[in-house]
Design a binder for this molecule. Structure first.
Ligand code: GLU
Length: 462
């Protein structure tokens, strides 16, 4: 039974890298009929906020990455961590260390001065036949893990291949602070064990934690899960994503008018491939997804490709669904969406031509609010040459059948009578009706407006 987890620290929003980690963990569980667990690693009280928890839940919800278990909060599992620490103390795999922080600092300074790697010297580590110092009065001890001193800790990373670290490189990690709160790596270990995680899929910024976590797991007598460390995502310019540089919340993609399926499809291909397939549903992805085709090299973000996917999904989405997504965007701009013309019809007319939902809202707004075409657009298109054809068209409007073909025929007649080409009338019509030069086919555009609105807006042309 495959069990994966996504374990974000709620110290900010859910960004693109986190979303990809969540997606891969989710898809791997889906692929194997396993479970996907959401765990909120909120033990850093100074940096964790309820808003960030909500931002993560919102981001996951928007992407549709549903968890099967959780969310589990580490702050609610403190009693459990203390219980495991007590077991380890009893088993001798952890011990109290009374070295005062100042003493540890002094020790490290001395080591650095000698050109050595700063590390704890094992003063309080129990060894057979070693007499430990007497605990000083009034000092609250930390609890350290008794890390093996010999050999290597190694694992076959499912992305990076075999990784080996000499135990001599690893300190005796503090697993509980002097105030008795458990530390980060320890909580992860207890949780991965208690939650029976089989595959840890996470960012490669955690590679350094893995040997420590494996050693603790082994000390607890459990076999470690398999690890897959995902390489980082670089920005469009090849630079590392950072808060100031491209590491935006996934909800910002919602604000910018992306569809979640476009973002998901895009993220799926960020460091993973299935031949040359670029466009696929999440159902398809879950059937294909494996850890063998994750690239160990960094993946580079490509906004153009994301835009292309978004346009692709906009063309295929149901107009009714798009209407439900566009309506709040119009309302946020103070545009009231009336029953006629139906927003779905306006969307059906435009969705082939836009890159995102905000552009759809831009295109839909002129159907619900009066437009004030810019003077220069009017001057450019309402020329003495065009005006007589426009006048003829206006004269024919009250009696024309209100559908695109008949309106198109009226446009053709009106230009033909004056020996003009179509754009000479189509352009002024576009500008007067929408304030824009770019619109879908003008006959379909006009047919989507109510006849009275068209008469009223064209009348303004004088
Ligand atoms: N809480 C860690 C983070 O947000 C992830 C830990 C893990 O996946 O093991 O980066």
């Amino acid at each position: 039974m495959i069990r994966t987890r996504f374990a974000p620290s709620p110290t900010g929003f859910l960004h693109i890298g986190g979303a990809r980690t969540a997606l891969f963990s989710w898809a791997y569980a889906r692929r194997h009929g396993g479970s996907f667990i959401l765990r909120i690693e909120d033990t850093d009280l100074a940096r964790s906020t309820p808003e960030a928890v909500q931002a993560i839940l919102d981001g996951m919800g928007w992407l549709g990455l549903a968890h099967d278990e959780g969310p589990f909060y580490q702050t609610q599992r403190m009693a459990r961590y203390r219980e495991v620490i007590a077991e380890m103390l009893a088993a001798g795999t952890a011990y109290h260390c009374y070295m005062a922080p100042e003493e540890l600092d002094r020790l490290r300074d001395e080591q650095r001065a000698q050109g050595l790697k700063p590390r704890y010297n094992g003063a309080w580590r129990p060894e057979a036949g070693k007499a430990l110092p007497t605990p000083p009065a009034g000092v609250a001890p930390v609890i350290r893990f008794r890390n093996p001193t010999d050999g290597v800790v190694a694992w076959d990373d499912l992305v990076k291949g075999r990784i080996e670290i000499a135990n001599a490189e690893l300190d005796d990690l503090v697993i509980a602070r002097a105030d008795s709160t458990p530390t980060y790596n320890f909580c992860v270990v207890v949780d991965d064990r208690d939650m029976d995680i089989t595959h840890v899929i996470r960012g490669d910024d955690h590679v350094n934690n893995t040997p420590r976590q494996i050693n603790i797991l082994r000390a607890l007598g459990v076999h470690e899960p398999l690890y897959a460390h995902l390489s980082m995502i670089l920005g469009d310019d090849g630079q590392k994503l950072s808060k100031r540089h491209g590491a935006v919340s996934v909800m910002q993609y919602d604000d910018q008018g992306y569809l979640p399926e476009a973002v998901l499809n895009y993220l799926a291909r960020l460091g993973w491939s299935h031949g040359d397939d670029e466009v696929f549903s999440m159902q398809q992805f879950c059937e294909w997804f494996d850890l063998d085709h994750i690239t160990p090299s960094a993946a580079q973000f490509n906004t153009e490709k994301l835009n292309w996917l978004n346009a692709h999904y906009l063309k295929r989405a149901e107009p009714v669904r798009l209407a439900a997504l566009v309506q709040p965007r119009l309302e946020a701009r103070g545009v009231t969406v009336n029953a006629t013309p139906a927003l779905g019809a306006i969307i059906a007319l435009h969705r082939e031509r836009v890159a995102n939902l905000n552009e759809l809202a831009d295109a839909a707004a002129p159907f619900y609010v009066d437009v004030q075409p810019q003077a220069e657009l009017l001057a450019k298109h309402l020329t003495p040459e065009s005006l007589p054809a426009l006048a003829d068209f206006i004269t024919g409007l009250p009696d024309v059948d209100w559908e695109a073909a008949a309106i198109g025929a009226l446009i053709k007649e009106s230009v033909a009578r004056h020996g003009l080409k179509m754009p000479k009338l189509a352009m002024p019509l576009r500008v007067l009706l929408t304030g824009r030069e770019q619109t879908p086919s003008v006959d379909a555009l006009i047919a989507t407006f109510p006849r009275e609105t068209v008469l009223k807006r064209l009348a303004l042309a004088g």
